[in-house]
Design a protein. Structure first.
Length: 66
């Protein structure tokens, strides 16, 4: 679970997921932020589900701008 809003999903977080792994992250959109759930499939692809609109503080640090 990422507890800060990101402009996009940082690739280092996706790379850490094993098959069946889940990532919950608030991501910036034009109208605000959405809480997204990603599940890594056996073939390495990601299933994406929009959970609900949210408001989190911004994510900072290396890897965010990539």
């Amino acid at each position: 679970v990422v507890t800060a809003g990101a402009p996009h999903v940082p690739q280092p977080l996706v790379d850490q997921l094993k098959s069946g792994g889940r990532l919950v992250i608030p991501v910036d959109r034009a109208f605000g932020q959405e809480l997204l759930l990603f599940i890594k499939r056996d073939d390495g692809s990601l299933q994406r589900t929009v959970v609900l609109p949210v408001r989190f503080v911004p994510l900072t640090g290396p890897g965010v701008g990539r």
